[in-house]
Design a protein around this ligand. Structure first.
Ligand SMILES: [Zn+2]
Length: 497
């Protein structure tokens, strides 16, 4: 992640006209009316629609839209139906709305996994997390607890044979570690920070069946297990011990660990609105947002109302505005709702590597992520951010696209915070910027609800969602009129080739 080197200058739109929005519209003070040829679509975007669309996207049916989970597939189906209603066409092969990408899913079977000592259930399925390796174990084992430094302890061959090894390491540890290869435990739990334990992983990495069944445990659960084995309830509290420490318990743990592994396909939703000018319609402007979030993890739903139900909502509103407006874009519009952004921008990377239309014909790519809350931190109360938005990366590849965004904003009048927060590489536009496509990224900023189960509808600023939709609807329509942007000479542009 690049860090932001710019000072905290806010770019105000210097606009003084008073001819403005009377009743129906809710842009910010000082905004001027949208250009007549785009006005019908612009005025069709409402706060009420932002709320009703987001209520579905962040609702119980889609269970947080986790890539590889049922909720994501339901959301993708629903999303494509909403696009069909808005006059869009399927953009993938064989007239499909879906561009599928292959994933490997590794998942703890929470029903059948558990650990007990005697009659006492100590750990249940939701306490375990997946690692890069997987396997299955069912049996009784004595337990060794280990805290290790970078310098591993001297071990005899088979030192942990026939035992469960619960280990926290100051450095990364995997199934090829000397502790495991030489120590040969029957089963391994790797201890990690609580927040890094996930019952499911979805990735495009190859997963290897381990030589030893292996799972992760959070520090809290590992300490609970150590306490149940009469070691200590804070054995694992310290991450960087001064020296290696091994503790052997005489308690026997009854371990049932089931880690499932399968290949799955998960789609980007891809949609096309053909341009009105036959000679220009091969060129296209692109708007996108990631549809996925963290889904169901450790038995909790992460609804992702802001991240990124809000951006998904706004691109549907943009689709509706394009369809409503009588004056149609000359160039085509490609609209994408990506999967697996939360897994490392995998959906957008896949599209950029396997474009359904030539990337040289993509005029620009506008990305929207997390625009549903007012930014909030210790330094900045949410109340200061009612009408602010981060505009990210719009100058990096083409200043012309930046100027066009500023012109569009005269009709919305966001207060832009430009390229703060160091997020240029942290959402899906980055996959296109790397290919030299001019991009803009609208981002609302971080809040205490970021990647928490509390990212619900509560506290959402529906007006901000509608205004992001208005801004990017205008930017998109103006870009569809403009065609290819001149790329900047110099380092920024070169960085992104
Ligand atoms: Zn996001």
């Amino acid at each position: 992640m690049k860090s932001s080197l710019l000072p905290c200058a806010k770019l105000f739109c210097l606009f003084t006209t008073v001819a403005c929005c009377s009743d129906a519209v809710a842009q910010y003070d000082g905004a001027t009316e949208a250009p007549v040829r785009f006005r019908e679509g612009f005025e069709s975007i409402t706060e009420e629609d932002s709320e009703s669309l987001l209520s579905v996207l962040a609702g119980a049916d889609f269970a947080g839209r986790g890539t590889g989970q049922e909720g994501f597939m339901k959301a993708a189906q629903w999303f494509s139906q909403r696009l069909a209603e808005r006059g869009f066409q399927p953009a993938s092969e064989d007239d499909s709305w879906f561009q599928f990408l292959p994933f490997n899913r590794t998942e703890i079977d929470v029903e059948s996994s558990k650990l007990s000592i005697g009659e006492t259930a100590v750990l249940t399925g939701n306490d375990f997390g997946v690692e890069n390796y997987f396997g299955t174990f069912d049996g009784k084992l004595p337990v060794t607890f280990a805290r290790v430094t970078k310098k591993r302890p001297e071990l005899e061959d088979g030192a942990f044979a026939g035992r469960l090894l619960v280990v926290r390491s100051a450095t990364r540890i995997n199934a090829n570690d000397v502790l495991i290869v030489k120590g040969r435990p029957a089963c391994v739990f790797i201890v990690d920070r609580d927040s890094r334990v996930r019952s499911q992983s979805v990735s495009q990495l190859e997963r290897t069946p381990g030589t030893v069944p292996l799972a992760k445990l959070g520090v809290t659960m590992a300490n609970k297990l150590a306490a149940a084995c009469e070691i200590s309830d804070e054995f694992f509290a310290e991450k960087n011990p001064e020296k290696n420490q091994l503790m052997t318990s005489s308690s026997e743990a009854d371990v049932q660990l089931n880690v499932e592994h399968e290949s799955i396909d998960v789609p980007n939703v891809v949609a096309w609105y053909p341009g009105s000018d036959e000679s220009l319609r091969h060129e296209h402007v692109c708007i996108g947002a990631h549809l996925d979030h963290l889904g169901l993890q450790q038995g909790s739903v992460y609804p992702g109302a802001d991240d990124n139900g809000s951006g998904s909502t706004s691109i549907l509103q943009i689709a509706g505005a394009i369809h409503t407006n009588t004056h149609k874009p000359e160039r085509s519009v490609l609209l994408m709702a990506f999967c697996a952004e939360e897994r490392g921008l995998l959906g957008s990377k896949h599209y950029a590597a396997h474009p359904l239309r030539p990337l040289k014909d993509m005029v620009c790519m506008l990305n929207i992520d997390m625009i549903g809350r007012n930014e909030e931190s210790d330094k900045e109360p949410a109340s200061e951010n009612e009408n602010t938005i981060h505009l990210v990366g719009s100058k990096k590849i083409s200043n012309q696209l930046h100027e066009l965004t500023m012109a569009a904003n005269k009709h919305v009048n966001f207060v832009f915070e430009y390229d703060q927060e160091g997020v240029y590489n942290r959402s899906d536009h980055a996959s296109f910027a790397k290919k030299g496509v001019p991009i803009t990224f609208l981002f609302g900023g971080f809040t205490p609800h970021y990647h928490k189960p509390t990212d619900t509808l509560e506290g959402i600023n529906f007006s901000k969602i509608a205004n992001c939709a208005r801004l990017d609807y205008l930017t998109l329509m103006m870009a569809a009129e403009h065609g290819h942007f001149e790329k900047n000479a110099g380092d920024d542009a070169k960085d992104n080739q």
